[in-house]
Ligand binder design. Sequence first.
Ligand SMILES: Cc1cc2nc3c(=O)[nH]c(=O)nc-3n(C[C@H](O)[C@H](O)[C@H](O)COP(=O)(O)OP(=O)(O)OC[C@H]3O[C@@H](n4cnc5c(N)ncnc54)[C@H](O)[C@@H]3O)c2cc1C
Length: 421
Amino acid sequence: MSGNGGRGTILVIGGGISGITAAIEASEAGSDVIVVEKEAFVGGRVARMNKYFPKMCPPACGLEINLRRFRTNPRIRCLTLSEVEKITGTAGNYTAVIRRNPRFVNEKCTVCGECVDACPVERPNEFNLGVTNTRAVYLPYEMAWPSRFVIDGGVCPGTECGKCVEACPYGAIDLAMQAETMEVKVTAVIWATGWNPPDATQFEGYGFGEYPNVITNVMMERYASINGPTGGKIVRPSDGEGIGSIAFVQCAGSRDENYYEYCSGVCCLGSLKQARYVREQYPEAEIHIFYIDIRSPGRLEDFFTATEADEGLTLIKGKVAKITGDPAGGSLTIEAEDALTSQKITRTVDMVVLATGMIPVGIGDTEVESDIQIDRHGFLVGEQPVAGLFATGCARRPADVATSVRDATSVAMKALKFHVE
Ligand SMILES: Cc1cc2nc3c(=O)[nH]c(=O)nc-3n(C[C@H](O)[C@H](O)[C@H](O)COP(=O)(O)OP(=O)(O)OC[C@H]3O[C@@H](n4cnc5c(N)ncnc54)[C@H](O)[C@@H]3O)c2cc1C
């Protein structure tokens, strides 16, 4: 038991906005919290966005406020580069085995960057979805917390090279760091493991992976971001040229029994938001959105109405059948059926954005002694039949940030009651 008046410790798996929120709320109510995040930084998918709808503020803004509460709260212990291997026990008395992978960089790091200049090895930058590279020693992104470099042990030759060790003026690099395993006693577990984008190469007829100017919505977030591969300029990937026309293909792989049957609930708003990114940079660009239904529930309807007022934006009710183009680059032709006129229509554009959905991460490789319920789409059931086990945010269902935050707050309150008397 921890010395917190009998509330015990809650384990939160995943340090995205849902996990951060659950941790803050539970800790501010008096519980100790251990957050296990597999990446080298917290913030999850939200950190990779350019702006949030509906307020259109950059993620650094909302995340920073929460991170300040998160990192200054002595009741929260955050373990990055870590994963939960196993959970055994019963409500109020679970044991979790956590594997902590080495960062190879200690707390003396000041993020000066001398190590990066010395490092000779490159690797794909997954923060930019592999569009750019980083060195083997890297900072995941400028605002990353913990604010400390990390070394990719999969590509770094270690002591055979050692150039970063020589270059670091602070003795912050330790290539001998090893993975460690630790055991913790917790009263309840919250999965906040979130979502991944689908592999869009599987969507037949859409040309992703075949035509360089077909990208996905998550790639668009990176292209539009100031810390993205093009410094925030939305350009055709094939030649870096500006765009005169663009099409968004809604429900790419979603609401489709061949791929993912469910609606991810945020992709319509996501494309409307991205149409605004385009408009900011290209006042004259033609923007087409091909959709089945526009889903903008509740107050988000205002966001839709305001975006729809753009005279250069055309909304076409119809599912896209095929996208063709030149594998070397250039323009793309979209074929669809206009559902209102039943006419086959084509549009030729400079760039296509596939609005793909959210695929649940679930419990991943964690071995759990109890039965965990997962719905038919792979989302975890929020309140598990076995007491003291919960799921929140996009681990539980596709959701926007506001919904994830509300859900995480509610789940944190429920998890509190499993303390040991
Ligand atoms: C294209 C697109 C645009 C969007 N734009 C907006 C927007 O503008 N506004 C808005 O409100 N919403 C938007 N969303 C939705 C938003 O991304 C989600 O609401 C948000 O990411 C949910 O946060 P989360 O913490 O539940 O999941 P995530 O952000 O996925 O975070 C999950 C965290 O868990 C970690 N993790 C996963 N598995 C493990 C494991 N086994 N062990 C340890 N850690 C693990 C991950 O590394 C990650 O840090 C958008 C979604 C899409 C697809």
